[in-house]
Write a new protein. Structure first.
Length: 315
């Protein structure tokens, strides 16, 4: 079982538009609403693969009730921690060329008692978890070290932790030695405080995060592929992608594939790449099913293309 923790979940509403004209009344060609938040997306991808997953989420207001129902509809066991504020609603506008405009709400402010209830909900369900994936930004009210405390308690219970967050929340948690951290290129650059222009720069940054406590680093480099640095070595994976419909949740799908495949080594990296490549070709934040995956298109290598320039260098 994979347990996910999403401190700031959402309802994700996606509209596909013929054009984005400011100030006009726009009519969507298609729309959908999905349960959202990075950890929720990981659970959705795990459930889509037919595996058991439990999602720990704060829930508030009618939006929270709808989120809980949608999680159940997706085959996810929802563990809702009641909060006073309402669960946020995020909006994504998709243009025909694939350009995305996103409006993310701030979400509710979490009290100290609610924060502790979230930690306790994770602890009480960690015994059966093969992995605990802690994902996303921290809502208002949670201090930057909240993830560090979660990692500490989970390790005390004998669980393995995958952490996908950024900024101070990421760097503060490194001292608790999370088993996997999953930054994208921008988050990796922010964590080491320097620009990344090449794949080699990303490798050095990942190695630095390991020196600072992370046991493994799975880094998404966008169109350039994915990088894994762990005890098995340094590995690089890529897969061709046809038409990109939406990159919302693609990194979360990658993490789900990685953990479901064991969470270490080139085979898990290949699963991560296959899931990410499939996700970007689906609408909104839809998660790939096994029929969407093309493992034969994935290539992994330990021969790192260090001099290859990143398609989108991070300043």
């Amino acid at each position: 079982m994979i347990l996910t923790v999403t401190p700031n979940p959402s309802l994700d509403r996606t509209y596909e538009l013929p054009a984005l004209d400011r100030g006009a009344v726009l009519r969507a060609r298609a729309d959908r609403v999905d349960p959202g938040g990075k950890g929720v997306n990981v659970s959705r991808a795990v459930a889509a693969a037919g595996r058991r997953t439990v999602a720990v989420v704060p829930l508030g207001g009618p939006e929270g009730a709808l989120l809980a129902r949608l999680l159940t509809d997706h085959g996810i066991e929802a563990v809702g921690v009641p909060v006073a504020g309402s669960t946020r609603v995020n909006i994504t506008l998709v243009e025909p060329d694939g350009t995305l405009t996103k409006v993310n709400a701030a979400g509710p402010e979490v009290t100290g008692a609610e924060a502790e209830a979230l930690l306790e909900a994770v602890r009480s369900r960690s015994a059966d978890a093969d992995w605990i994936a802690c994902c996303g930004s921290l809502p208002r009210g949670l201090r930057p070290r909240w993830y560090a405390e979660l990692v500490r308690r989970a390790h005390r219970a004998g669980a393995r932790i995958a952490l996908d967050t950024s900024g101070v929340a990421l760097t503060a948690a490194l001292e608790e030695r999370p088993d996997v951290v999953k930054p994208n290129a921008a988050e990796l650059a922010e964590a080491v405080g320097r620009p990344l222009a090449t794949v080699g720069d990303a490798v050095k940054a990942a190695e630095e995060l390991r020196e600072r406590g992370a046991r493994a680093v799975l880094a998404s480099l966008g169109a350039d592929g994915q990088l894994l640095v762990d005890d098995t070595g340094t590995h690089f994976g890529r897969a061709p992608v046809g038409v990109v419909r939406s990159n919302v949740g693609a990194g979360d799908a990658s993490l789900a594939g990685f953990l479901a495949a064991g969470g270490s080594g080139p085979a898990a990296l290949a699963a991560a790449v296959a899931h990410g490549a499939a996700a970007v070709q689906l609408p909104g934040s839809a998660m790939p099913t096994p029929t969407d995956l093309d493992p034969t298109a994935v290539t992994t290598t330990a021969d790192i293309p260090s001099d290859r320039a990143l398609t989108e260098p991070v300043p």
